[in-house]
Write a protein that binds this ligand. Structure first.
Ligand code: IPM
Ligand code: MG
Length: 372
């Protein structure tokens, strides 16, 4: 805890602001307990577009690169639907991921016992679930060239995106998955569509090569992405770590969030520059933490959003970037305690229990943390 860590807070748009408030209080709490955090805050997404005419200002990008931790809320909303693609709120998020080289996106799906009733699946299917989706975040169809919409004449248009992966891109994200698996259930399921896509075939072959060379002790299986979607509902506990590409990872992690009861429960860590643990040769590892949910314009400004995904994302920051694994565990326990006390936001409220608001939920977690 001796080094001073820079934390950049980017609330983003809509509920992004509300869910970040409890995190600010948590930061203050840890500072009061002796943690050395240097905290700054900036705008991103639609809010930045309104202020600067660009969704990610160069100075914000520079600050993000310099930070040890970027805490991001959520970006986007119908207000910016007509904005040019390059300046859309989502473009800011993708640029941050790309520029910080945050290639490994860790999306854990954990079912808290107290929340068993919040899942639409049978309790026995999800009880005790603890899986980790490792999503490749800097490549694939999100960034592949060529891309664009062209006019073929006679009222016919063509839209193109390109799914592309190279050996190093596959190896580095697979390595993160294998390393994580070794500290968990020691199983990796690699997922693609090798039956129809060459990029998927390459993905599978390269994962196998890396496994043979360095990770033979980890159990490796392969599954087409559509089958993973199915098994996630039928027998999710058969997974430990799932490693997959950018697009499939986006889809499968939304699906996995529903096993836990709500999109409002899933945190994420996006790590760059190393194997997801060790910093680069300058001692710096870029990292950004964000809930996997969107900016929920429909409930923005109403104190209804669930802040737990963002709070749990901050817990991941404590563990992966701030060298505070004990504090991470304490914060996760605090969240669990609050849920056991039946304190719930609207999205996870049990029948007959009056839900609490975003800030009350945040305060409850802080109080529970003070008592763990
Ligand atoms: C996510 C989101 C983003 C993505 C959007 C907002 C660009 O859905 O982080 O999962 O597609 O990656
Ligand atoms: Mg998504």
């Amino acid at each position: 805890m001796s080094k001073t860590h820079n934390i950049l807070i980017l609330p983003g748009d809509n509920i992004g602001h509300e869910v970040m408030e409890p995190v600010k209080k948590l930061i203050t709490y840890f500072k009061n307990k002796g943690a050395r955090f240097e905290v700054s805050e900036d705008v991103v997404g639609g809010t930045a577009y309104d202020k600067h005419g660009v969704s990610l200002h160069d100075s914000t990008l520079a600050a993000a690169k310099a930070a040890d931790v970027v805490m991001l809320g959520a970006v986007g909303g119908p207000k910016w639907d007509k904005v040019d693609y390059a300046q859309r709120p989502e473009a800011a998020l993708l640029k941050l991921r790309k520029e910080l080289d945050l290639f490994a996106n860790l999306r854990p799906a954990i079912v808290f016992d107290a929340l068993l009733d919040a899942s639409t699946l049978k309790p026995e299917v999800v009880k005790g679930l603890d899986i980790m989706i490792v999503r490749e975040l800097c490549g694939g169809v999100y960034f592949g060239e060529p891309r664009g919409i062209s006019d073929l004449g006679n009222g016919v248009r063509k839209g193109v995106n390109t799914q592309v992966y190279t050996t190093p891109e596959i190896h580095r994200v697979a390595r993160v998955a294998f390393e994580l698996a070794r500290k968990r259930g020691n199983k990796v399921c690699s997922s693609e569509k090798a039956n129809v896509m060459e990029s998927g075939r390459l993905w599978r072959e390269e994962v196998i090569k890396l496994h043979e060379a360095e990770y033979k002790d980890v159990e490796l299986t392969h599954m087409y992405a559509d089958a993973v979607a199915m098994v996630l509902l039928r027998n999710p506990k058969s997974f430990d770590v799932i490693v997959t590409d950018n697009l499939f990872g986006d889809i499968l992690s939304d699906e996995a969030s529903m096993l836990t009861g709500s999109l409002g429960m899933l945190p994420s860590a996006s790590l760059g520059s190393s194997s997801g643990g060790a910093p680069d040769k300058n001692g710096k590892q870029n990292a950004m933490y964000e809930p996997i949910h969107g900016s929920a314009p429909d409930i923005a400004g109403q104190d209804k959003a669930n802040p737990l995904a963002t709070i749990l994302s901050f817990a991941m920051a404590l563990k992966y970037s701030l060298g505070m694994p004990k504090e991470c565990a304490a914060l996760e326990r605090a969240v669990s305690k609050v849920l056991e006390q039946n304190i719930r936001t609207m999205d996870i409220a049990a029948a007959g229990v009056k839900p609490v608001g975003t800030q009350a939920m945040g305060d409850a977690v802080l109080k529970a943390l003070q008592n763990v």
